[in-house]
Design a protein around this ligand. Structure first.
Ligand SMILES: Nc1ncnc2c1ncn2[C@@H]1O[C@H](COP(=O)(O)OP(=O)(O)O)[C@@H](O)[C@H]1O
Ligand SMILES: O=C(CO)[C@H](O)[C@H](O)COP(=O)(O)O
Length: 568
């Protein structure tokens, strides 16, 4: 029999990547990346030039289609694989990345009528401007004794579907009224390929408060929240919800032509990027915590038990691998913090020194920072540059760095930022363990583990655990391709289950990172300080971070309003 292949398409924050994989062994044959033309829209709305308020993060859905148009034909060309040997295509996406659609399934931002309204655009996962809505959802759920908050660590995040939808209703009732469906981008892009408006159980479960047995929260909850939300789940959130690995449909004639594939090729239901990565490192049984480390970090863990864990993003039955409860926790910024430092705060001499040695600024700072011992910088930071997702679930928190002096060097700050993210991860692991959820092994995947050895050593030292690293640098796309092979099924040359696919297609590297005992001891001491600082700034000991944010928002909103009034 000829070799069979599947394509995984990973939609990240800045770009989309297609990966063509040999399904017999997981060999990655070809990949291609298409950066999003509009990137992350967080300052000015394209077209109208309207200035966005703080904490907004939008995207253009046309950029997602461009990835299919460019990267899929390109992986076929690069690999020389024939379209008839590609048995399936699967996608994974950042989430909750959502958009309002009209009755034709067109995103409202792509219609002339609505394109100047920011609420018509895709709200990216890191759009954090729905915090008030999230707070109110949490208060009301508590008052009414709703059962769902327990499944989300007690709190809904401002990053998620219901808070984002309600923000639209509150700030732009005309967009809310004009919306026929609110959809995850993961489901929308699948609908572009198949014509079928199906939703996937992973984003529905983790991001839209859907439960396999109980469904969405009751209509009386939504009505009590806001009478305009009455009937929401039956109307604007309607749609069949299918489990991971299901076939959403076959590729349409039109999209097959655009993508260079055969019409009818199996398209798997969408998935979340980090979740797709779990089977791609072979973590298909309980106790294996997978850290998908990139712009942000998601922590994924399987368990036989359903328990409440403080600040977890969610526990969903079959949410990652069928047969287990899938837990998710996360840090809203990790690589993004390092990127911020390099883009916004590194002195010019560092950029020049890196250039002179033909190194990236990251690599130069990593080398310099590696010369320090734990504690030697005299610095400590809180990793909240993009709020805190777990365990505090509070997008209104911000970064803190302590201990700066006139002698502080850029590499010391860089090291401190790496350490801060490791402490944030330790906090999450402790939270699982304290609630009796086993964490036996750590796996790291995503863009960071293979780019920064110091980072991984610090994580091993801070957690006191061995860290195994994914062999693939594109685990999410590999996972999406694995789910595609399941959607295609055995009869087409694919697999019956994701566990079977993982057994054949997942790989980890031989080299692992082990804790260095002296470093581990030093970090134990520093972690105690991190915990004290964490609770002081994060649990209300001193609300200064929120006060600063309120002041900033008030001034920025007043300025944005002035600019808008001048324009109209
Ligand atoms: N050598 C490095 N050390 C630490 N962080 C890095 C390094 N190189 C790139 N990064 C960070 O990696 C992040 C991108 O990770 P990646 O996994 O490729 O993307 P995404 O999370 O969008 O899928 C960026 O935030 C960038 O700052
Ligand atoms: O919350 C998520 C998954 O549940 C986001 O998709 C994720 O945090 C963004 O991923 P990346 O850092 O890879 O861009």
């Amino acid at each position: 029999m000829t070799r069979k292949y599947a394509i995984g398409v990973d939609y990240g924050t800045e770009s989309g990547r297609a990966l063509l994989v040999d399904i017999s062994n997981g060999r990655e044959v070809a990949s291609h990346v298409t950066p999003y033309g509009h990137g992350v829209i967080d300052e000015i709305l394209p077209g109208s030039g309207r200035k966005l308020e703080p904490d907004w993060a939008l995207q253009h859905p046309g950029d997602y289609v461009e990835v299919l148009r460019k990267s899929v034909p390109e992986v076929l060309r690069l690999s020389g694989v024939n379209a008839e040997d590609v048995i399936g295509i699967g996608i994974d996406f950042t989430a909750c990345t959502m958009m309002p659609l009209n009755a034709e399934g067109t995103p409202l931002c792509m219609t002339p009528e609505w394109s100047a309204n920011p609420h018509a655009w895709v709200k990216l996962w890191k759009h954090h401007a729905a915090q008030e809505e999230a707070d109110r959802i949490n208060e009301l759920a508590k008052q009414r004794g709703e059962s769902f908050p327990a499944r989300y660590g007690g709190k809904q995040s401002s990053e998620w579907m219901i808070a984002k939808i309600w923000q639209i209703a509150n700030e732009s009732s005309e967009i809310y009224e004009a919306t026929d469906l609110f959809m995850e981008a993961a489901d929308w892009i699948v609908m572009q390929m198949t014509g079928n408006p199906v939703r996937n159980s992973c984003t529905a479960g983790y991001k839209a408060i859907w439960h396999k047995q109980e469904g969405y929260p009751s209509d009386s909850f939504f009505t009590a929240l806001d009478p305009r939300l009455s009937g929401l789940t039956e109307t604007k959130l309607r749609g069949e919800i299918l489990p991971l690995g299901s076939r959403a449909g076959g590729l349409s004639e039109e999209m097959a032509e655009i993508m260079g594939l055969l019409p009818g090729t199996a398209v798997a239901v969408g998935n979340v990027d980090a979740h797709a990565a779990v089977p791609a490192v072979g973590a298909v049984t309980p106790g294996k915590l997978v850290m998908a480390m990139g712009t942000s970090t998601c922590h994924l863990l399987l368990s036989e038990q359903e328990t409440i864990v403080e600040g977890m993003c969610g526990v969903v039955a079959d949410g990652i691998v069928p047969g287990y409860y899938g837990y998710e926790a996360g840090q809203s910024a990790v690589g993004d913090i390092f990127a911020w430092y390099i883009d916004e705060a590194v002195p010019e001499y560092v950029v020049q020194a890196a250039k002179a040695e033909d190194m990236s600024v990251h690599a130069w700072l990593e080398r310099q920072a590696a010369a320090y011992e734990p504690g030697e910088t005299g610095l400590l930071a809180l990793d909240w540059w993009n709020g805190n997702r777990s365990v505090l679930v509070d997008a209104d928190l911000s970064g803190v760095i302590l201990g700066l002096t006139l002698l502080t060097k850029p590499e010391e700050i860089y090291r401190t930022l790496l350490e801060a993210t490791a402490f944030g991860t330790r906090k999450i692991i402790d939270s699982f363990v304290q609630q009796g959820i086993r964490v036996d092994e750590l796996y790291a995947c995503g863009g960071l583990p293979q780019r920064n050895r110091l980072l991984m050593q610090i994580y091993a030292d801070v957690t006191g655990r061995e860290i195994k690293i994914a062999a693939s640098t594109q685990t999410a796309a590999l996972g999406a391709a694995m789910f595609a092979s399941v959607a295609a099924g055995r009869a087409a040359g694919g697999y019956d289950s994701i566990v079977e696919a993982a057994n054949r297609m997942a790989h980890i590297r031989e080299e692992t990172f082990l804790p260095i005992p002296a470093n581990e001891a030093a970090y134990k001491r520093l972690y105690r300080e991190y915990e004290a600082l964490h609770d002081y700034f994060g649990r209300g000991g001193n609300p200064v971070l929120k006060t600063l944010k309120e002041l900033k928002s008030a001034v920025k909103s007043a300025k944005a309003m002035e600019t808008y009034e001048v324009q109209v």
